[in-house]
Design a protein around this ligand. Structure first.
Ligand SMILES: [Mg+2]
Length: 359
């Protein structure tokens, strides 16, 4: 039933807007071979390097605001087209949940022109109809539990950091029946630039971004050794941290009898810091909101699991990535090293209860 629903939504999108450019769409009849996902990691490796170069030559007119007021650049949109085109060539047409769409640049002509110039520079051979179709393709909006394979893409998580020279990361995950089975996040600002990739059951691996095919991968293993009481524990706080956010994060650590040290990052870089032993705790609370967007968390869920970190909700449950575009079933995403996860979950659960939020 759900399969029929996504199939219909997918066809509505493809045939309704760019029928002439795509020919006959046939729903995929087989799953993606997990052993072939090295190719997807290669695409994210290339995409992250292209975005780094584009960032160094980013004109002011390529930075605009979406209708909701959030910041976006021509690079975000071009990168989404580039990645989805490459994935489609390697793995066939699949349902996609992605952040950007045809409205992202909002008809701002200079930004759209820069987007097209980047795509030409990157070797994209499609036309305007292909760009329109690929941006439309990311609009999948259904539960994914009954769908074989769904890509989840945020071409640039942390666009403000991309513009300001702070943390940002291209993030890709593959859901199989609603659970992450592959993740590949580019982290240009961590460890001199690394790509972290994982396939379920195969561990999390770090690849240098600047080494092309020559870089030696390193397997990540997050420490489970508990900190000594009274020692420093590093907790990630937003770049623009309010006093109340800083107090709350210190309280999470101090409740365990440790000294809090704040490390600042937004985006999935906060989870990358834990995986790379530059922080011990990172979390994102749902609060009164409708649930966090899945593309801001799905990749980190698998990267953390496969690296041996604790990742879960305030009640210790796993993160449910099967609800569609948002994490509707979870009150928080908590990622922790050094065995600190359950204690952090307990503190945040108590805070949710005190503030009357959560499910
Ligand atoms: Mg983004």
């Amino acid at each position: 039933m759900a399969v029929e629903r996504w199939r219909q939504g997918f066809e509505d999108c493809h045939y309704g807007t760019a029928r002439g450019s795509v020919g006959c769409y046939a729903p995929p009849m087989h799953r993606i071979d997990l052993e072939a996902l090295d190719l997807a990691a290669d695409i994210m490796h290339d995409a992250t390097n292209l975005a780094m170069a584009a960032r160094r030559a980013l004109p002011p007119e390529a930075i605009v605001r979406k209708h909701d007021g959030s910041i976006v650049t021509a690079v975000d949109v071009a990168l989404q087209v580039f990645i989805l085109d490459a994935l489609e060539r390697e793995f066939g047409v699949r349902p996609v949940i992605a952040e950007e769409d045809n409205e992202s640049l909002g008809g701002k002509l200079a930004a759209e022109a820069h987007c097209r110039a980047l795509l030409r520079e990157w070797g994209f051979e499609g036309d305007e109809a292909d760009i329109h179709r690929l941006l439309c393709a990311g609009s999948f909006d259904r539960p994914t539990r009954e769908v074989d394979d769904v890509w989840v893409l945020d071409p640039i998580d942390g666009t403000q950091g991309f513009v300001d020279g702070n943390h940002w990361c291209p993030c890709l995950a593959l859901l199989r029946h609603g659970e992450p089975v592959f993740a590949s996040n580019g982290y240009p600002t961590l460890r001199g630039g690394v790509l972290l990739s994982a396939v379920r059951g195969e561990g999390t691996w770090s690849y240098p971004l600047d080494a092309g095919d020559e870089g030696e991968p390193t397997r990540l293993g997050v420490s489970r050794e508990p900190p000594v009481r009274g020692s420093a524990v590093r907790v990630v706080a937003p770049i623009q941290t309010s006093e109340s956010q800083a107090v709350a994060r210190r309280a999470v650590v101090e409740a365990g009898g440790f000294e809090a040290r704040l490390v600042h990052a937004d985006s999935q870089a906060k989870y990358g810091l834990v995986l790379l032993d530059e922080a011990d705790i990172a979390y994102s609370r749902r609060g009164h909101g409708p649930g966090k967007y899945i593309w801001d968390h799905a990749g980190a869920v698998l990267l953390a699991q496969e690296a041996g970190a604790w990742i879960g909700d305030t009640d210790g449950r796993p993160i449910d990535c099967s609800r569609g575009r948002r994490l509707e079933a979870n009150n928080a995403v908590i990622c922790a090293a050094r065995g600190l996860g359950p204690a952090v979950a307990a503190v945040l659960s108590a805070r949710d209860a005190a503030e009357g939020v959560g499910r």
